[in-house]
Design a binder for this molecule. Structure first.
Ligand code: PLP
Length: 376
C-alpha cells in the first residue's frame, strides 16, 4: 500500500532466517522434501521474499491457499512446483492448468473440471488427492478415495501427482489423534497400492507434524509457520532450532510525564498508580495489532527494557508505561523480536490474546512496510 514511507513503524524481514529455518527443517525431515507454505502473503512476511528465501534454504515446492497466490508466484518468475492446497472454483482451472500448478482435489466435480481444462489446453493436470482423515475441513472421505484416485489416474488428461491429508492436532504432543489420522491415511495408501496405483507423492505433515510426528514425513512435508521461525505451539518450542524472521519495530513518537491517578486511552481503562513516563508509539489495531494487547498484559521493548502497553490500543497508536526510564522521541520500540538481551516472540504476544503466533504475523496489515534486512 505504502509507496512513501515516513512513519518509523515497519516489519523487518530477515530472509537469511527463513533460509536457515528451512535448512534445519530439511535436515530434520530428510529424505523427505520440503514444501514451503507461503500463503497469507508468506505468513505476513511477503510472499516473494519468503518463497525466494525458502528455495535458497532447499525447499523444492511452494504451497499456497489461493489460486491468486499461485499466480503471484508464477508472475514473479518462480518455476518450481507450486501446490494449491484446496480445490479452486471452477473458473480458475484453465489458468491453473496453463500455469502448471499442482492442485488439490477431493470431489468428482473438481476432477471433471481439471480434466476438461486440461483437454482444452492440450495438457495433463497434476492433481493431489486430499483425504479427510479427521480434520473435517476439506478432503474426500477415506471410503471415496479409491474411486476418485481411479478417476484421476485413468484419464489421459490428469495425473495422480500426490495423495495427502492434514492433521488437526499435531501441535499437541499429548494428542493421540495424529496416529488415528495417520492410520486412516495409510489404509488409503495401501488400498491404492493394491489397486496398482502408485508413483504419487505422499504427504501429510504441516510444521507440527514434520517436527513431532516422525511417521508422517513421507515424501514431502508442508511447512509454513516453522519456516518463519515460529514454533507451531509452545509445546513444540525448541524441538528444532528456529529463528524468527520478522521483527516488528517502531519508535517513540511522544513522551509525557503523568502524575498518579491519571487515566490513559479510550475508556480510561488504565490509571497510573504513581508519577510515571507514558510514551506513545505509532502503531495500532489498523496495523494488525490486537486492540486488547495492553489490557491483557502485553509488553514492548524500549531502552533495552520490557515495558507494559497500557490502556486500550487505538487504531493507529498505543501507549506504554515507561516508568522512570529515560526515553526520548525517536527511540526504537520493539513489538516483536529482540532488543538488547530480551525478546518478544509471536507466540508470547498471541498467548495473551488467546491466539496463536500464526494469527499475529499474518494479520500485520499492508500499512506496515516490510523491509528486508541482512545479513544473510
Ligand atoms: C497452512 C497449511 C499448511 C502449513 O501449516 P503450518 O502449520 O504453518 O506448517 C500445510 N498444509 C495445509 C493443507 C495447510 O492448509
Amino acid at each position: 500500500m505504502t509507496t512513501r514511507s515516513y512513519r518509523p513503524t515497519r516489519a523487518e524481514i530477515a530472509p537469511g532466517a527463513i533460509r536457515r529455518n528451512v535448512e534445519r527443517i530439511g535436515v530434520l525431515v530428510a529424505p523427505a522434501a520440503v514444501c514451503a507454505v507461503v500463503k497469507g502473503d508468506g505468513y505476513g512476511h511477503g510472499i516473494v521474499t519468503a518463497a525466494s528465501a525458502a528455495l535458497e534454504g532447499g525447499a523444492t515446492w511452494l504451497g499456497v491457499a489461493l489460486a491468486e497466490e499461485a499466480f503471484v508466484l508464477r508472475d514473479a518468475g518462480f518455476t518450481v512446483p507450486v501446490l494449491l492446497l484446496s480445490e479452486p472454483v471452477a473458473a480458475a482451472w484453465g489458468d491453473l492448468v496453463a500455469g502448471d500448478i499442482d492442485v488439490a482435489v477431493y470431489s468428482q466435480a473438481a476432477i471433471d473440471a481439471a480434466q476438461s481444462a486440461a483437454a482444452s489446453a492440450g495438457r495433463v493436470a497434476a492433481l493431489h488427492l486430499k483425504v479427510d482423515t479427521g480434520m473435517h475441513r476439506v478432503g474426500c472421505a477415506p471410503g471415496d478415495a479409491i474411486g476418485l484416485a481411479h478417476a484421476v489416474h485413468e484419464s489421459p488428461r490428469s495425473r495422480l501427482a500426490g495423495l495427502f491429508t492434514h492433521f488437526a492436532t499435531a501441535d499437541d504432543p499429548a494428542s493421540m489423534y495424529p496416529a488415528i489420522q495417520l492410520e486412516r491415511y495409510r489404509q488409503v495408501d495401501d488400498a491404492l497400492a493394491d489397486a496398482g496405483i502408485g508413483g504419487y507423492l505422499r504427504h501429510a505433515a504441516n510444521s507440527a507434524g514434520a517436527i513431532a510426528v516422525a511417521g508422517a514425513r513421507f515424501d514431502l512435508v508442508r511447512c509454513g509457520i516453522a519456516c518463519y521461525g515460529i514454533a507451531p505451539s509452545p509445546a513444540l518450542q525448541g524441538r528444532v532450532e528456529l529463528e524468527p524472521a520478522l521483527r516488528l519495530v517502531s519508535a517513540v513518537s511522544h513522551v509525557k510525564r503523568l502524575g498518579g491517578g491519571e487515566p490513559v486511552s479510550y475508556g480510561c481503562r488504565f490509571v497510573t498508580e504513581r508519577e510515571t513516563t507514558v510514551i506513545t508509539v505509532p502503531i495500532g489495531y489498523a496495523d494488525g495489532l490486537p486492540r486488547s494487547l495492553g489490557l491483557n498484559g502485553g509488553y514492548v521493548l524500549v531502552g533495552g527494557r520490557r515495558r507494559p502497553v497500557v490502556g486500550t490500543v487505538t487504531m493507529d497508536q498505543l501507549m506504554v508505561d515507561a516508568g522512570d526510564l529515560p526515553v526520548a522521541v525517536g527511540d526504537e520500540v520493539v513489538l516483536l523480536g529482540t532488543q538488547g538481551d530480551d525478546e518478544i516472540d509471536a507466540n508470547e504476544m498471541a498467548a495473551r490474546e488467546g491466539s496463536i503466533g500464526y494469527e499475529i504475523v499474518t494479520r500485520l496489515g499492508p500499512r506496515v512496510p516490510r523491509v528486508t534486512v541482512g545479513p544473510n
